[in-house]
Design a protein around this ligand. Structure first.
Ligand SMILES: [Zn+2]
Length: 287
């Protein structure tokens, strides 16, 4: 095996675009600092709603193929070269929103066998040996079946990899502190008239919001704000950006956070807030 960089970060996401929205600044920062950044995306988001009129004809596999191209462009913007689809592109398809008949599609990620998908992810973990893994909380941040399943598969894969010789020292869930979200929406209400968006969203539109005291780690990605915005713009079927705000297909404006927040759920909880996901991890990590 070729020698791995000292610091290795893995992120596990449901659809192309989730990584840029949740972790774009973090990924750009660590890639720029020479860490090895690995993104594993579980589906191609074939059932996503398309924003631009001129791309609205895309659906199913054609949309998935297009979104893979968007993901490539986003990774170029963030400086990340190692990105993979779980089990290969098209292995698991998008499950659609919760409660739709799409959830019953036998090929969709929601129907995947968790242990089997986790074994596939564990192989990647054993290859890359990350000291840090980032994914969603048990509700997938906001209840989308693919996000919930991503949580289950990622957390199970962490256990499987630990049993096979690589115990990831630190696992984080994506979070946003409630106070920050509330302040940002208050600012958005004042800014809305000057934006290309008609309506503002609300706190509930932001995934992973928790009380401030649950936040263990704050990554200041201000220096990577333009890289994050460029990565989000690359996902043009899903996101429209007007910094420092953006909309998804529901057309409700929400803040674009360039400081990103995390809750440590595996590893010793720090006494004070960390400013580095690798804090306390030795160069070699666990062995
Ligand atoms: Zn998603």
């Amino acid at each position: 095996m070729t020698e791995l960089p000292a610091r290795r970060l893995m992120l596990v996401h449901a659809h192309p675009d989730d990584e840029s929205i949740n972790n774009g600044a973090t990924m750009a920062r660590y890639a720029a600092e020479g860490a090895h950044v690995t993104l594993v995306t579980c589906t191609l988001g074939e059932r996503g709603e398309v924003i631009p009129d001129e791309l609205r004809h895309l659906s199913g596999a054609a949309l998935g193929g297009h979104r893979l191209g968007e993901l490539r462009d986003a990774m170029r913007a963030l400086g990340v070269t190692d990105f993979r689809l779980l089990g290969g592109a098209g292995r698991y398809c998008d499950s659609g929103m919760m409660g739709l008949p799409d959830n019953e599609d036998p090929g969709c990620f929601w129907q995947a066998d968790v242990d089997q998908a986790a074994a596939t992810l564990a192989e990647v973990i054993l290859e890359v040996r990350p000291q840090v893994l980032v994914t969603y909380d048990e509700n997938g941040g906001y209840g989308h079946p693919d996000h919930i399943q991503t949580h289950r598969v990622a957390m199970r894969a962490v256990e499987l990899a630990a049993a096979s010789g690589w115990d990831i020292p630190k696992v984080y869930w994506n979070r946003v502190p409630r106070s920050v979200v509330e302040e940002s929406f208050a600012r958005l209400d004042g800014d809305l008239a000057g934006l290309p968006f008609d309506k503002a969203g609300a706190v509930d539109d932001v995934p992973g919001v928790v009380d401030d005291e649950r936040i263990t780690t704050v990554i200041d990605g201000t220096a990577y704000a333009s890289a994050k915005a460029a990565a989000m713009r690359a996902h043009a079927t899903q996101i429209a950006v007007a910094e420092p705000y953006f909309v998804l297909s529901n057309e409700l404006a929400q803040p674009l956070f360039t400081t990103e927040y995390y809750e440590l759920v595996r590893g010793e909880r720090p006494g004070v807030r960390e400013s580095d996901l690798f804090a306390g991890v030795g160069a070699g990590g666990a062995s």
